[in-house]
Write a protein that binds this ligand. Structure first.
Ligand SMILES: *Cc1c(COP(=O)(O)O)cnc(C)c1O
Length: 427
């Protein structure tokens, strides 16, 4: 991208062009800035912890593709892996060694997960996990938690947090009643009544699509117990938490083992991917071994699997220690910044995940998250920070993603700017 061309294009012009040919100008709704106001910046490039927009402005980036890039943007080792893989062809519709390797790496790292099937997105992983659980149990009913997001498939697009919550759409039109009549929604952090009519319970072990809401002590353990008692398949949607809380899954972090896991984001290292896995007995219900159909032209894509494999290889226990220390430094700094400006806020952190809620009380479920968001402070904070060159997610229900390229320098600068921003906020 030449400097000359960059200086000719503004974000506003690009957004106008985009809106002519792409609904709302974006390919995923939260990117449109509707809940924070203003014009989205169009990214020209990313490097490490930074994004550079088409106008040449730079931002410390805490969106990190919603957690898909944990090593930061354009890590040279990852870029080399992508280039290398691309030299051999980008998709074949035939098996490759690379997808076996990535599957082995996931299975090795996640205790209790015997097999995985790779998909092209987290949405597909969660959708397929539900079909598999229904096929395995021969039951229809599923339970999800209010404010947990499991992608945009029909049956799961109910009380979904994140982009949907930000837009204030409780679900979506275009979903027939029949598609959701077997989806029961319960408040997060409370173990719901369950019986043997349920095929599956799906949960984010740390909710990270309604802001960051950690599980209460005993919540996951009790869910596990009740699912076992009733023959219900317990699904951990770890599309965010997998390989982000630690070198394995949240199940390893908490010591609670589900029957099926969903993965995505980190495992593709920034390439489109998803995966669902679990016990052999359940996974072998999938076609071509069993009767549950699931497929994908680009599933197990060789560039995505090569990228995911290099990223997982580069992450070790030390990486997560560093991430947790930096996340803690950011959380403490933000908390102090709000306190000294007299802004009531809860900076909620679990290991490497951080989220901000405004208000005087810690947030434990979606109703409380919505109450906090209704105070209307997030758009102010977001815009004050964006103007100072720090990009948080353009929606109040998203996590703050700290990556390995956020050094103390970026964290401390962010905290300093947050102190300025907080003083400008009107509560
Ligand atoms: C992002 C996300 C998904 C959907 O993944 P996509 O790749 O966007 O389809 C599903 N579940 C959770 C918990 C997520 O955070």
């Amino acid at each position: 991208m030449s400097a000359q061309r960059r200086s000719r294009i503004t974000n506003e012009e690009l957004f106008e062009r985009a809106r002519r040919v792409i609904p709302g100008g974006v390919n995923s709704p939260v990117r449109a800035f509707k809940s924070v106001g203003g014009t989205p910046f169009f990214v020209a490039k990313g490097k490490g912890a930074y994004l550079y927009d088409e106008e040449g402005r730079s931002y410390v980036d805490f969106i990190q593709s919603y957690g898909a890039v944990i090593l930061g943007h354009a890590d040279s080792r990852v870029t080399a892996a992508i280039n290398h893989a691309a030299l051999y062809g980008s998709t074949f519709g035939a098996p490759t060694a690379g997808e076996v390797t990535l599957a082995e790496m996931i299975v090795e790292r996640v205790r209790g997960c015997d097999m995985v099937r790779l998909t092209s997105s987290g949405t597909e992983a969660a959708m397929s996990a539900i079909r598999l659980a229904r096929g395995f149990t021969k039951r229809d009913k599923i339970l999800k938690f209010d404010g947990c997001y499991h992608g945009h498939s029909d049956a799961l697009l109910v009380a979904g947090g994140s982009g949907i919550a930000s837009l204030g759409i409780p679900d979506s039109v275009g979903i027939p009643k029949g598609a959701v009549e077997d989806t029961i929604v319960a408040p997060y952090n409370e173990v719901p009544p369950l019986d043997d009519s349920y095929a599956a319970v799906i949960v984010e072990p740390v909710a990270a699509n309604m802001g960051v809401v950690p599980p209460k002590h005993g919540f996951l353990e009790e869910l596990r117990k009740k699912c076992t008692e009733n023959g219900i398949v317990l699904i951990f949607d770890e599309v965010i938490t997998g390989f982000r809380l630690g070198p394995g899954a949240a199940s390893d972090y908490f010591g609670v083992v589900p029957d099926i896991w969903c993965f995505g984001k980190v495992i593709g290292g920034g390439m489109p991917i998803g995966a669902f896995g679990g016990k052999r007995e359940i996974m072998e219900q999938l076609a071509p071994v069993g009767p549950v159909y699931q497929a994908g032209t680009l599933s197990g894509n060789p560039i995505a699997t090569a990228t995911g494999a290099i990223v997982l290889n580069l992450l070790d226990a030390g990486s997560y220690q560093i991430l947790a220390i930096r996340a803690e430094r950011l959380a403490r700094g933000l908390s102090d910044a709000f306190a000294s400006a007299g802004i009531e806020a809860q900076v909620q952190r679990l290991a490497t995940l951080v989220g901000v809620f405004f208000g005087s009380e810690p947030v434990t479920n979606y109703a409380e998250a919505k109450r906090s968001v209704a105070l209307g402070l997030y758009p102010q904070f977001f815009n004050e920070m964006l103007g100072r060159g720090v990009a948080f997610a353009p929606g109040p229900f998203e996590a703050i993603f700290v990556g390995l390229k956020h050094t103390e320098k970026e964290i401390d600068r962010t905290v300093e700017l947050a102190s300025e921003a907080a003083k400008r906020m009107i509560s």
